[in-house]
Design a binder for this molecule. Structure first.
Ligand code: GLC
Length: 680
C-alpha cells in the first residue's frame, strides 16, 4: 500500500515521492493499532459528551456504535492522515462532530434509525423500487414533488432520488453538480424546510429519500472558493492549484478527460488565484483536495447535516476521482476508498439509518470495490450503480446476442453481504460503453470495434439501427464516444413513431419493457428514470435551454409530460401499456422474496445465444431464474435450465404465476420478453 504519500498535500506529493525514502512501509497491523489507540484515547470524552447531549438510551446506543464503527472510521483515517502529528486530535475532533450531529438529530429520524438498525438491509428488500428525477423538471419544485407522491406510489416506488437540489451556481451548472452552498436547498426548488417536509411525507409512507452530495468538487463560486480567491490560505488549501503548467502537464499525460469535447483538459486557469486549478469536469467545478483533513472534516459536516434533514441515502458523486497521484489515471486510487470508508464509519455512529450510494461509473474490475469488496472486505458504500448490467443490456439488444453480457457479468464479483447494486436502464448521464477488451476477446470480438458499434448504433448511424440517440463526447483522437438519449428513443419508439409502423412500435415497447424486466429482476434496487414509465422521447429542444450549454445529455433530461402521463389511464395507448407494465414489475417484485438483494446473482449459459439467463439465489427463499430474449424473433432454451430453481412445476412470476411452459423439452421465450422463474 502506498503509505508515504499520506497526509501530504496532493500538489506536493510527487516531489515527496521523488525524494529518497529510507523508512520501511507502515504495516496494516501498525495502522490498526494506531487507529484503535486513537479511538480509545477519545472514548471517555466522547461518551461524556454524548451523555450530556443525549437521553440515556440514545447515549448508550451511540456508545455501542462508537465501539462497533469507531475503528472502521479510524483505520482508513490512519492510512490517509496517520503520518500527521495531529492524527489523534483529528480523530477526536471528528468524533465530537459526530456526537453533536447525533444530538441534533430529530426525534423522528432517531426512530427511523432504530428500525433500520434492527433491519439493516431495509434498502435491499424486494419491495424497493426507486424513481429518479429533477424536482423542477418533474413537478416544478419540492412542494410540487410532495403533491406527486401519489403518482410515484402508483408505480410502486419506495425510494425517491431527487437530482442535485442544493444551491447551484447561476447559468450553466452541470445539472446542479456545481454547488455554491451545501447547506441550502436551491431557492428555485424551495427551502430547507420544504426538503424536511418532503422527507417527512415520504417517511410516513415508508419511502426513502436519496439526495446527491457532490464531494469531489464545488462550484468556482462556492464560499470556500471565493475565500480562496480573496487570498485566505486556509481555503486556498481546500483546492488543488498549481503556479504553472509543469505539474498539470505532467498529470495530463495519464489522466483521462471526462468531457474531451465540451471541456477538454483537467485544469483551468484562475485569474483571481493566478494559478491553475484542477477541474476534472467543467472549468467552473473546482476539485477539492482531500489530502487536506480540513476538507474531509468539512464534508463530514455536510453529510451529517444533510442526513439530519431527513435524507436517507447520500448519493456520493464522482467518487472515482477523489484522490490524485502523478503517473496514474487519478481514478479509483486506494485513498478514494479510504475516504469513503472513513466517512461511512463516522456517519454510521451519528446517523445509523443512513446509507451511502457510490456514483462510480467505472470499468467492471473497479466497480465492486466501492461496495467494500477489496482483498479484505471493508465497509464502504452500501449501494453502487450496476453500470455493467446497464451497458450489457443495451449491448445485448443492439447485437441481439446475450453472450457478451454473460461473459462480462459472470466475471463481476458479488457485492459483500449487506450491500447491493442499484440497477437501471438509463440515467441522467450518457452511456459510456464500458466493454472490457478481454471480455470481448473471449468471444473473438474487438472491444474497441464493439464500443464504436454501440456508439454508432445508438446514434442511429448504422443501417438497421432502431435507435434515435446521439453521440456524446465523440473523441476523434481515441475513437471513443458515448451515448445520449432517452430510453424510449434508444429502444426504438421514436423510430417506430416516425415510420408509423405498428409492428415496429410493438417491438420497441417490448424492448423497453424487456430492459426494465432485466433491471427489476436482476437483484438489487431498481431505479426508474423519470419519463421512462410513459416512454417519453428525447427533448429535441434541449439546446434552447440556457442551463444546457452544449451538453447534449440534456436531450434525456426533459420536463415531465403530464399530459402524456394522463394517457396512462387510457387503454390502448403506449403510455398505458408501458406504465402498467412497469408498475406490474414492481408488483411482481413485491411477491418475489427471491429478489431481496441478499445473496449473489450469476449469469447462466443457455444453449441459445439470444437468451440472457441469470440465477438469483436467496439463502432462504430459493432461487429465481431470469430469462430474457433479446431477439426480435421468438426463441427457446433447453428446459434442463429449470434445474436452477430446483423445483417441480416452476412458475413464471411475470406470467401471473402460471406454470412455465415446456414444449418438446424447450422453454419458449417470446420475442423481446422476459420470464422470472421461481418454485411454485
Ligand atoms: C457525476 C454526475 C454527472 C456530473 C459529474 C460531475 O458523474 O452524474 O452528471 O456531470 O458527476 O459532477
Amino acid at each position: 500500500m502506498p503509505t508515504r504519500i499520506v497526509g501530504l498535500r496532493a500538489a506536493n506529493r510527487e516531489e515527496c515521492e521523488l525524494s529518497a525514502d529510507p523508512d520501511p512501509p507502515v504495516t496494516e497491523r501498525a495502522r490498526r493499532e494506531q487507529a484503535t489507540a486513537a479511538v480509545a484515547a477519545a472514548r471517555a470524552e466522547i461518551l461524556q459528551r454524548a451523555a450530556a447531549a443525549l437521553p440515556t438510551d440514545e447515549a448508550d446506543a451511540l456508545a455501542a456504535r462508537l465501539d462497533r464503527y469507531g475503528r472502521d472510521a479510524a483505520l482508513p483515517l490512519a492510512w490517509l492522515y496517520g503520518d500527521r502529528e495531529d492524527y489523534q486530535a483529528l480523530v477526536a475532533r471528528l468524533l465530537r462532530a459526530v456526537v453533536d450531529a447525533a444530538a441534533a438529530r430529530p426525534h423522528e429520524l432517531r426512530r427511523l434509525d432504530r428500525r433500520r438498525e434492527i433491519d439493516p438491509e431495509w434498502f435491499l428488500r424486494e419491495t424497493m423500487v426507486g424513481y429518479v428525477c429533477y424536482a423542477d423538471r418533474f413537478a416544478g419544485d419540492l412542494d410540487g414533488v410532495r403533491e406527486r407522491v401519489g403518482y410515484l406510489e402508483e408505480l410502486g416506488v419506495r425510494y425517491l432520488h431527487l437530482m442535485p437540489l442544493l444551491a447551484a451556481r447561476d447559468g450553466e451548472d452541470d445539472g446542479g453538480y456545481a454547488v455554491v452552498d451545501f447547506d441550502r436547498v436551491d431557492p428555485r426548488l424551495g427551502s430547507n424546510d420544504d426538503l424536511e417536509a418532503l422527507a417527512g411525507d415520504l417517511h410516513e409512507r415508508d419511502m426513502a429519500l436519496c439526495v446527491d452530495l457532490v464531494i469531489n468538487h464545488t462550484a468556482a463560486e462556492h464560499a470556500w472558493a471565493e475565500r480562496a480567491k480573496a487570498g485566505d490560505p486556509y481555503y486556498q488549501a481546500f483546492y488543488l492549484t498549481f503556479p504553472d503548467r509543469t505539474l498539470p502537464d505532467a498529470y495530463e499525460r495519464t489522466v483521462p478527460e471526462t468531457f474531451p469535447d465540451t471541456a477538454p483538459g483537467n485544469f483551468t486557469w484562475s485569474p483571481e488565484l493566478s494559478r491553475w486549478v484542477w477541474t476534472t469536469f467543467y472549468p467552473f467545478q473546482w476539485d477539492l483536495d482531500h489530502s487536506n483533513p480540513e476538507v474531509f472534516a468539512a464534508l463530514l459536516d455536510v453529510m451529517l447535516r444533510t442526513a439530519n434533514r431527513g435524507v436517507d441515502v447520500l448519493r456520493l458523486d464522482a467518487v472515482r476521482c477523489l484522490w490524485k497521484r502523478l503517473g496514474t489515471t487519478c481514478e479509483n486510487l486506494p485513498e478514494a476508498h479510504w475516504l469513503l470508508q472513513a466517512w461511512r464509519g463516522l456517519t454510521r455512529i451519528a446517523t445509523p439509518g443512513v446509507v451511502f450510494k457510490a456514483e462510480a461509473i467505472v470499468g467492471p474490475d473497479q466497480l465492486v470495490q466501492y461496495l467494500g469488496a477489496h482483498d479484505q472486505e471493508q465497509p464502504e458504500c452500501e449501494l453502487a450503480y450496476h453500470n455493467q448490467l446497464m451497458v450489457m443490456s443495451w449491448s445485448a439488444v443492439a447485437s441481439r446476442d446475450a453472450r457478451l453480457p454473460t461473459v462480462a457479468l459472470d466475471r463481476l464479483a458479488d457485492p459483500p453481504r449487506g450491500t447491493g447494486w442499484v440497477t437501471y436502464v438509463r440515467c441522467h448521464d450518457d452511456i459510456g460503453w464500458a466493454v472490457d477488451d478481454a471480455d470481448a476477446a473471449t468471444l473473438g470480438l474487438s472491444g474497441f470495434a464493439h464500443r464504436r458499434f454501440l456508439a454508432e448504433f445508438y446514434a442511429g448511424q448504422i443501417p438497421g439501427s432502431f435507435a434515435r440517440g446521439a453521440m456524446y463526447q465523440d473523441d476523434p483522437r481515441t475513437g471513443d464516444a458515448r451515448t445520449s438519449g432517452m430510453a424510449a428513443a434508444l429502444a426504438g419508439l421514436t423510430q417506430a413513431r416516425e415510420v408509423g409502423d405498428p409492428l415496429l412500435l410493438d417491438q420497441a415497447v417490448r424492448r423497453l419493457l424487456l430492459l426494465h424486466a432485466i433491471a427489476y429482476g436482476w437483484g438489487g434496487l431498481p431505479l426508474l428514470w423519470m419519463g421512462d414509465e410513459i416512454a417519453m422521447g428525447n427533448d429535441d429542444a434541449w439546446w434552447q435551454d440556457p442551463v444546457a450549454g452544449d451538453d447534449n445529455r440534456w436531450m434525456h433530461r426533459p420536463h415531465m409530460d403530464w399530459v402524456a402521463a394522463q394517457r396512462r389511464h387510457r387503454e390502448g395507448s403506449v403510455e398505458h401499456r408501458v406504465f402498467s407494465s412497469i408498475a406490474g414489475l414492481a408488483a411482481a417484485r413485491r411477491r418475489t422474496p427471491e429478489l431481496h438483494a441478499i445473496g449473489p446473482t450469476r449469469p447462466v449459459w443457455t444453449d441459445n445465444p439470444k437468451v440472457l439467463a441469470w440465477r438469483r439465489e436467496h439463502p432462504r427463499f430459493g432461487t429465481l431464474l431470469g430469462l430474457a430474449n433479446v431477439d426480435d424473433a421468438d426463441q427457446s432454451v433447453d428446459a434442463g435450465i429449470l434445474d436452477v430453481v430446483r423445483a417441480w412445476d416452476p412458475v413464471d412470476v411475470l406470467d401471473d404465476d402460471r406454470p412455465v411452459p415446456v414444449v418438446d423439452g424447450r422453454i419458449p421465450v417470446p420475442r423481446l420478453s422476459a420470464r422470472w422463474v421461481v418454485a411454485p
